[in-house]
Structures are given as structure tokens and as C-alpha cells.
Write a protein that binds this ligand. Structure first.
Ligand SMILES: [Zn+2]
Length: 126
């Protein structure tokens, strides 16, 4: 029997937490697609919006991820590479702006996975 994907890999790949194979988000063809989330998992058909306002909590996850990223990158750029303060902040701004769509997806994926349990019986139905 094929080993199911781990919790962490399904979160990083923004897969549904219940089946760990269905994508939570639409494929990216244009910039606005980064923020388009499926209502139901295309694989197991679980409702991805558990309740109204469910993803408000993902905002805190997004904040934590962004803060950790900025903290680490700042220390790396400023102390590690010896860049100037202005150069380090410019670097951080560019990195965070370009990663923000993925951080948005990652935080929602993490939030959903924190509340929805993996169901291995879903895989057997395929
Ligand atoms: Zn699913």
C-alpha cells in the first residue's frame, strides 16, 4: 500500500488536510488566481470553508510566518552578509512582497490542517 503524504508535506503543498492529495487552491494562470480557493476539495469533496469566517485565524498564522521569515532574513542579510540597514530592508521588502501570495496559501492550508483530521479511508475509495 502506498504511504500517504505527511501532514507537513500536505500543508507545504497546500493540499486538502482530509485526503492530503486534493489541491485547496486553483491552478495559477494569472496573478489573481493566487487568491482563488476551491469551495470543495476536488478529490474528497470536503467543504473547505468549515464555517463563515473560518479563515480569519489564518491571518495570525500568516503574521507568524511573515514575522519569522523577516526576522531570519534580516539577521542573515545584516549580520551574516554584512549588508547595510537600507539594503537589508529593501531585500526583505522584495522577498516578502513576492512570497506573500504563497504565505497566504500556506497559512490557510496550515489553518485548515489544524482543524481537519486526515481520513485514510478516503484513499481506499479511489
Ligand atoms: Zn480532500
Amino acid at each position: 500500500m502506498k504511504k500517504p503524504p505527511s501532514w507537513l508535506s500536505s500543508v507545504i503543498q497546500t493540499k486538502c488536510a482530509r485526503c492530503r492529495t486534493g489541491p485547496m487552491f486553483a491552478p495559477v494562470q494569472k496573478l489573481s488566481d493566487w487568491f482563488t480557493m476551491h469551495d470543495y476539495c476536488p478529490n474528497c469533496n470536503v467543504h473547505l470553508y468549515i464555517e463563515p469566517g473560518f479563515y480569519w485565524g489564518a491571518m495570525y498564522v500568516s503574521y507568524a510566518i511573515s514575522s519569522a521569515l523577516v526576522f531570519i532574513l534580516f539577521f542573515l542579510a545584516y549580520f551574516g552578509f554584512g549588508w547595510s540597514l537600507t539594503g537589508s530592508f529593501a531585500f526583505l521588502t522584495i522577498v516578502v512582497v513576492f512570497l506573500s501570495p504563497y504565505i497566504y496559501r500556506l497559512s490557510r492550508s496550515f489553518w485548515f490542517a489544524a482543524f481537519k483530521k486526515y481520513d485514510p479511508s478516503i484513499l481506499k475509495k479511489e
